[in-house]
Ligand binder design. Structure first.
Ligand code: GDG
Length: 752
């Protein structure tokens, strides 16, 4: 309030003072000077006219020495109130005749002949200022005398004082008017600003159509929205900083923010696979970061997970609704299995998803294959999963987490039947630029399907931006880039980046084997001496992972550093993946041939530089390899995030080991202390590998410590927590809007 008054009075006083100063110090002196000149010029003319009138009688009276007549003539003349005195001087400058008022001090000399104009005519006498004019008279060409006319100037001073007074009054009035206008204009435009900014703040995350900015703020709308968006995310970051993300915190969040809300998950891969074995039915966990991440949510909320039942004994263990409680040892949530025929699996999973969308989204120079028959299966299977979700939903507004590129059409299919559901879709792989995505024959359908989501998540801001640009290019939508929302067909989708991560603490923390034991045991199992340098790579056998380029870098490093031959071995764990696809079979053959060639080139006795283990390993074994290695190589040609990089870091509680990381992974945006490489640049990777193998322990520790701190804080619970917090926020807003709609706007209905 005090601030407002100060601002208001400043706006009034400052213009007023400025206008008054202008009047008093510039306008009044100027006006004074002008009026004085004007009056003096007027008196000059008057004097001349009077002299001309008096000249004739004087030419008669003076030679006659007719004093009486002259006095009479002069007395008549000075009846004019302004003419103060008159005198006639002879040619010797002696006063012959004068009125009684004529100041003796004036005599007959010219008054102040120094400067031009006014000063010359003005004389200041004790009784006041007078204007003195002399008019020379001549008869028959001979000087006869001169008439001195003295005008009273005090009236000019009075007039000047009056003028000054009025000018000052005028300027005070002008100042007040200008000040009032300034205050009013400033107030109005300030209100415009305030209202505009308020509107913006209120409507920051609402659809643009509900929050039109006022013209005053329109030029800044973009910046303000971006700032608010960043602020919002920053605030979330700070909230995280206050409290670490743990499974307990995630559980609390679900109980608090989404209390009683139903949670459903859809993914292609199931979290538990039941298989027939010689020992009966056995349960296994798939090698998947996605499963670890999403299971944390499911355990916390006891929801239902819908996935493809792919195990040979899966059908055997489900109830009549195809449900099985999991985890088997202590059930906490329900797994609902969806069965796919061979044809469906071929077309939807292997065909459209893995031969079409997978290479389309990864820039790994493998051409995507699009077949109409695959697309038909993809649509059909998406619809089957949508039907399963709808059947499993007990409420009309569940929270549904849709996972990955296998289900691009699912969000729209679900939201048609359950428009109040909160659908969070997470795209685990990169999103390409609009040109690359444009080659998909069903690009519009894919995009529209995804935009059935309430929240759409990518790993990095870069993928999010690519997605928004793709939508902009191929669909009729309204995009608010700064708020990161897309409005399509009456549905609003919030597009965000949520970098996925791993559980913390990592498995390495709870291992009973000490670091040294682990190093020695792993080397022993590989028939290597205890001090042998060891590199590790863990991937699905996939062409996007840069396995060929990694081996070429190993080869080049050995070429450049022959001293390393016999002292360094690289172990590649390559879990078989999608091996029924020709592209993957060819890739595996290429990898094997390369390993053979390199090993032949550098083998010494039993020593080979590359050990390829193309089989599935359990998580415990993987962790032991991570802990035993000196360097972990992640050289993906393109990767949404890459969890191996984070798993390696999490397993290194000894704070040693070096991560060599491709710049084309999402993880490279977070793990700056890794040795970042371009996997296509073989020399560069080779040099980085040598640097890693010779890096002093102090430097290793410094880098590893920093990366561990990051992975610890930015763990998978944070990933899930952020998405669910955003979902909770949108659900709250939706409920408020519904209440408003019910009470005030029965006809209109908002989607978000
Ligand atoms: C997609 C995106 C994104 C590997 N071999 C074995 C095994 N693995 C485990 C690793 C890791 C997971 O598989 C692989 O995760 P990545 O992130 O490296 O890659 P993708 O499978 O391509 O995953 C990727 C991810 O989704 C999550 O959003 O990061 O960018 O492409 O956890 O440990 N696990 C076991 N045995 C193996 O032989 N047990």
């Amino acid at each position: 309030m005090k601030m407002q008054w100060t601002r208001l009075s400043m706006r009034f006083v400052v213009p007023l003072a400025m206008v008054l100063a202008l009047g008093a110090y510039v306008v009044v002196p100027l006006l004074d000077n002008f009026t004085l000149r004007w009056f003096v010029r007027d008196l000059d003319i008057r004097s001349k006219m009077l002299a001309t009138t008096l000249e004739e009688p004087l030419l008669d009276y003076v030679p006659q020495r007719a004093k009486g007549k002259i006095n009479h003539l002069f007395s008549k003349a000075i009846e004019d109130e302004r003419l103060y005195a008159l005198a006639f001087c002879d040619k010797n400058d002696r006063v012959l005749y004068s009125t009684s008022t004529y100041p003796a001090s004036l005599g007959c000399k010219e008054p102040g002949a120094s400067r031009e104009g006014i000063e010359k005519a003005l004389v200041r006498l004790p009784q006041g200022p007078v204007h003195v004019a002399q008019s020379v008279m001549s008869r028959e060409g001979e000087a006869f005398g001169k008439l001195v006319l003295v005008h009273d100037m005090s009236f000019i001073e009075h007039r000047s004082a009056d003028t000054k007074k009025y000018v000052i009054y005028f300027f005070i009035l002008l100042g007040i008017v200008i000040s009032l206008i300034t205050v009013a204009v400033a107030h109005l435009s300030w209100r415009g600003w305030i209202n505009g900014v308020r509107g913006l703040l209120r409507g920051e995350l609402l659809p643009a159509s509900h929050a039109r900015p006022s013209p005053e703020v329109s030029p800044l709308v973009g910046d303000l929205r971006a700032l608010l968006h960043e602020y919002h995310r920053e605030r979330q970051g700070h909230r995280d900083g206050e409290q670490a993300w743990t499974p307990e915190r995630l559980r609390e969040l679900l109980r608090g923010e989404l209390a009683g809300d139903e949670v459903l998950v859809v993914s292609n891969r199931e979290p538990y696979i039941h298989n027939e074995t010689a020992n009966g039915v056995e349960v296994s966990r798939p090698a998947s970061g996605l499963v670890t991440a999403v299971e944390a949510v499911m355990r916390a909320c006891s929801g239902t997970w819908i996935a493809h039942g792919s195990g040979s004994a899966d059908q055997k263990v489900v109830d009549k609704h195809d449900r099985v409680p999991v985890p088997p040892e202590q059930p906490e949530y329900t797994l609902r299995r969806v069965w796919l025929s061979k044809e469906e699996e071929q077309g939807y999973y292997y065909g459209f998803a893995n031969e079409g969308l997978w290479p389309l989204c990864h820039i790994a120079h493998v051409r995507p294959v699009f077949r109409s028959s695959d697309w038909e299966q993809y649509v059909k299977v998406n619809q089957r999963f949508a039907d399963a979700v709808i059947a499993e939903a007990r409420t009309d507004d569940p929270v549904i987490l849709v996972q990955d590129y296998h289900f691009a059409l699912l969000p729209k299919m679900i939201s048609k039947v359950l428009p109040r559901a909160t659908i969070i879709t997470f795209w685990h792989i990169p999103w390409p630029n609009p040109e690359s995505f444009g080659i998909c024959p069903w690009r519009e359908e894919i995009l529209a399907g995804m935009l059935g989501s309430t929240i759409l998540g990518f790993h990095t801001p870069f993928h999010r931006k690519n997605f928004l640009e793709t939508v902009d290019r191929y669909l009729e939508t309204r995009i608010e880039s700064e708020a990161s929302t897309v409005s399509h067909g009456g549905k609003l989708t919030q597009v965000e980046n949520y970098p996925i991560s791993i559980a913390w603490p990592g498995a390495g923390e709870v291992s009973a084997e000490s670091r040294n034991e682990c190093r020695i045991n792993i080397r022993k199992s590989l028939a290597l001496p205890p001090d042998h340098l060891l590199g590790i790579g863990v991937d699905r056998l996939d062409y996007t992972k840069g396995i060929v380029e990694r081996f070429q870098a190993v080869e080049r490093m050995l070429e450049l550093n022959p001293g390393m031959v016999g002292k360094f071995t690289f172990v590649q764990i390559a879990a078989p993946s999608r091996s029924s696809l020709e592209e993957y079979q060819n890739f595996e053959a290429r990898v094997r041939a390369l390993v053979l060639r390199i090993n032949q080139r550098f083998s010494q006795g039993n020593y080979v530089p590359i050990l390829l283990k193309a089989e599935h390993h359990d998580q415990y074994q993987l962790n032991r390899y991570y802990r035993a290695a000196d360097v972990c190589m992640v050289t993906s040609l393109h990767d949404g995030m890459n969890l191996v990089a984070k798993e390696f870091i999490a397993s290194r509680y000894d704070e040693l080991g070096v991560l060599l990381l491709s710049q084309f992974t999402g993880a490279a945006r977070e793990l700056h202390e890794a040795l970042i490489v371009n996997p296509y640049h073989i020399e560069q990777s080779a040099e980085a590998l040598y640097r890693a193998l010779t890096m002093p322990e102090a430097e290793q520790k410094e880098r590893m410590r920093s990366m561990r701190a990051l992975v610890k804080d930015f763990n998978v619970y944070r990933w899930a927590g952020h998405m669910l917090l955003d979902a909770a926020r949108l659900r709250k807003r939706e409920r408020v809007m519904q209440r408003i709609d019910t009470h005030h706007r029965p006809v209109l209905r908002r989607v978000v």
